[in-house]
Ligand binder design. Structure first.
Ligand code: AMP
Length: 288
């Protein structure tokens, strides 16, 4: 495995791989790697000849008062995991290499960035879209791998790749969870033991929402109500949003007629957690 620290070296490596006709897969991350990241790397390893993993805690996607300065950094164990998983290139650039003095461009995916995470974290997705445009333009992967856990982010990346003709196939992989249902996240380590015990309630709420859809409830307001009722049983948890939305536009639905995305964010103390679940409403029986 080769560790690369500068954008110029990554671009040169990518050019060489392209010349050799190698299929490149990329897994962009902010490090503090866990089994969720590992699943993306394994998926990339299965379908690509060369796997590039980026480790970069991107300051532009953190708002004022967010956790940029305390975001976990574990280069050694991240590098060991990548090595173990057969990663070919580990791209861990310095801040100055990614954003040299004078840097002034930003990329905005307008409509998809407005709601949910974008509403709670203004300019977050502008930071995400900007760094991913850079990473994908430098590594020029044929395939790029993202997790469903960050559903809105994956939708924005698809749009970005399409709009800017980046020529990358975006693959979205299922969310990896703890045995109690909590989605793995680099931020789970911030939780106190009591918060950690309460945290799986987000996934539990999404599951009650799904059960309501499967029981034939169509009204989004009623589905939201059952999800909120599940969460209100946990005094440590504050709901930021719980939504029933269209899985392409991410706009809220009034009624679930076919498929829908249940989306949620909660706060436990200073820690924010997000999760989501896709649901398909049962087909109406056709009378013979
Ligand atoms: P991050 O390091 O949090 O920026 O995440 C890097 C990539 O890993 C993103 O595409 C995330 O959606 C994905 N990811 C994070 N957590 C999980 C998880 N629990 N299961 C699957 N993918 C994940």
């Amino acid at each position: 495995m080769r560790t690369i620290r500068s954008v110029a070296t990554l671009a040169a490596r990518s050019r060489a791989l392209h010349r050799e006709g190698v299929v490149i897969g990329m897994v962009p991350t902010m490090g503090a790697l866990h089994a969720g990241h590992r699943s993306l790397i394994r998926r990339a390893r299965l379908s690509c000849d060369a796997v590039v993993v980026s480790l970069f805690v991107n300051p532009r996607q953190f708002g004022r008062g967010e956790d940029f300065s305390r975001y976990p950094k574990r280069f050694r164990s991240d590098a060991a995991l990548c090595h173990q998983e057969g990663v070919d290139v580990l791209f861990a650039p310095s801040l100055a290499s990614m954003y040299p003095p004078g840097f002034q461009t930003s990329v905005e995916v307008r409509t998809l960035s407005q709601r949910w995470e974008g509403h709670v974290r203004p300019r977050h997705f502008e930071g995400v879209a900007t760094v991913l445009t850079k990473l994908l333009s430098l590594a020029r992967p044929h395939l790029a791998f993202f997790g469903q856990k960050d559903f809105q982010q994956a939708a924005i990346v698809r749009q970005l790749v399409d709009d800017l003709n980046l020529g990358v196939h975006v693959v979205v992989s299922p969310t990896v969870r703890e045995p109690d249902g909590l989605a793995l996240s680099s931020r789970n380590g911030y939780l106190t033991p009591a918060q950690r015990r309460a945290a799986p309630v987000l996934y539990a709420a999404l599951r009650t929402g799904r059960a309501a859809v499967l029981a034939g409830i169509r009204s989004a307001a009623r589905i939201r109500r059952v999800m909120l009722d599940t969460i209100s049983a946990q005094p440590l948890v504050r709901v930021e949003y719980l939504a029933v939305c269209d899985l392409r536009t991410l706009e809220p639905l009034n009624h679930v007629t076919d498929r829908a995305l249940l989306l949620g964010a909660i706060r436990l103390g200073h820690t924010r957690l997000i999760d989501n679940l896709l649901v398909k409403s049962p087909q109406r029986r056709v009378r013979q």
